[in-house]
Design a protein around this ligand. Structure first.
Ligand code: ADP
Length: 447
């Protein structure tokens, strides 16, 4: 089967349906007009019969004038099988034969030997019978004319329907063409462009809007990917540059054994940083591509918070900070304890890192609602300016790049935390007041 364009298919469908409708409608008109005209002819026949009957009974001498006065040309009166009166036309048309013998149901049509067709009606008086006929030729002519008009009109109407349908289908489908032209021009470098939307409420408008939303998401993903590539290269280059300059300086001078050890030590520090960076990136990439298998166990969130705080307490003590845990008992969630621990410990680690000495860090575990539990990590640090709040969960995003890097941060901690919590059907909320501290709240479905 040949594959037609949508425009041609629409036109053909439209024309076929319209042809069917026109044919049914025309047949209906023809049948209705024929029934109506036949009915009128029979009514006329009945009237003529009554007239002939009355004249015969009241003034038989005037029968000869019926033609000129009433236009009744074909009738016959007979009594006891003898013709009392008949018109010339009756005789000429041979209608005598039509009423002779079996007459069948009346009124009825009768065809003469010469092909002419008549409509016949008879009536019986007390001692006579009257038969009247009307030539059906005018009725046949009218019906033939109507049939010719309809038969000639149908192809014209279909032709117009095809032409009109083709033009209309072209107009209706034109937004698709415009969309295709525009879509063809969009490449990875021009993802900012959008498809034209003439009327957002109609089907094509909705399609274009959906495409545009997809393009916007792709654009966003591409931008993030580009930013990530640039940031990752930058992050990888920094330790490499440091290693190179430390090595070059060491090569230029002749150093003693201890100094060489120092050089190697600081180079290993950078290697360490590089290793951590690459490993964390790998974890994140595997996590985000859905390749990490999560265990599904019941995890006691209070116990989890205490374990995380205990493992990081030494860092807080180094800065003379207080790190306290305030956990309601029996708050549980389903999930992978290791992944949840990673997500929470990044938040506590940040709270310690970005809170000055002698600050206070509190981890609170509480019910939020019947269905949700919260783990809040509150610090008295410098807070996060509102302009950065939406972006700090992005990979490599830091509020204060230099300071964060000095403190050993890779800029990936919050990205990992967010993945860890979202993979458990939860979310991380952030409240922060600049200069007064921050609250990171993990919200998880309870069991
Ligand atoms: P980093 O390794 O730099 O800590 P993160 O992804 O963990 O990376 O954090 C991103 C940035 O968010 C940090 O560089 C820091 O500027 C900011 N940040 C995170 N937690 C806190 C906090 N508790 N207080 C202030 N700033 C924070």
């Amino acid at each position: 089967m040949p594959s037609f364009s949508v425009r041609t298919r629409l036109t053909l469908w439209y024309a076929s349906v319209l042809t069917l409708i026109i044919c049914v409608f025309s047949t209906g008109i023809f049948l209705f007009v024929r029934a109506r005209l036949s009915h009128d002819l029979d009514t006329q026949l009945g009237r003529d019969l009554a007239t002939v009957d009355r004249i015969y009974r009241e003034e038989p001498r005037e029968l000869t004038d019926l033609d000129s006065h009433w236009g009744i040309m074909l009738f016959q009166i007979f009594a006891k099988d003898t013709v009392v009166y008949q018109t010339d036309g009756w005789e000429r048309a041979g209608l005598a034969r039509a009423v002779a013998g079996d007459r069948g149901a009346m009124p009825r049509s009768w065809k003469a030997a010469d092909g002419r067709s008549f409509r016949l009606q008879t009536a019986s008086g007390p001692s006579y019978e009257v038969a009247v006929a009307i030539d059906e030729a005018p009725l046949s002519r009218t019906l033939r004319t109507l049939a010719v008009i309809l038969i000639m009109g149908i192809p014209c109407a279909i032709g117009l329907a095809i032409a009109g349908g083709y033009v209309l289908a072209g107009r209706v489908l034109s937004p698709i063409g415009a969309m295709a032209d525009q879509a063809r021009k969009i490449t990875a470098d021009s993802l900012g462009e959008r498809l034209p939307v003439k009327n957002p409420a109609d089907e094509f408008g909705r399609l274009a809007t959906v495409f545009n939303e997809t393009l916007a998401r792709l654009d966003d993903s591409f931008a993030r990917l580009r930013r990530f590539t640039a940031d990752a290269s930058h992050e990888l280059r920094t330790p490499l540059t440091a290693m190179r300059s430390v090595g070059e300086v060491a090569l230029q001078r002749s150093l003693d054994r201890a100094a060489y050890r120092d050089v190697i030590g600081s180079m290993l520090e950078e290697v360490d940083r590089l290793t951590r960076l690459v490993e964390t990136l790998l974890t994140l990439t595997r996590a985000e591509s859905g390749r990490v298998h999560l265990a599904r166990n019941v995890v006691d969130l209070g116990g989890l918070a205490t374990a995380v705080a205990d493992s990081l307490r030494v860092l807080a003590e180094e800065k003379a900070q207080t790190l306290s845990v305030d956990a309601e008992a029996e708050i549980k969630a389903m999930g992978d304890a290791n992944v949840l621990r990673q997500g929470l410990s990044n938040l506590v680690d940040n709270a310690i890192k970005y809170t000055p000495e002698k600050g206070a860090i509190t981890v609170r575990v509480a019910k939020m609602s019947l269905a949700e539990a919260a783990i809040e990590v509150r610090d008295t640090g410098r807070g996060i300016p509102s302009a950065h709040r939406d972006r700090i969960f992005d990979r490599f995003y830091r509020v204060d790049t230099a300071r964060a890097r000095d403190s050993g941060g890779l800029g990936l901690g919050l990205a990992i935390s967010r993945w860890a919590i979202e993979a458990h059907g939860g979310r991380i909320e952030l409240e922060s007041e600049e200069g007064k501290g921050s609250v990171f709240r993990i919200v998880l479905p309870r069991t």
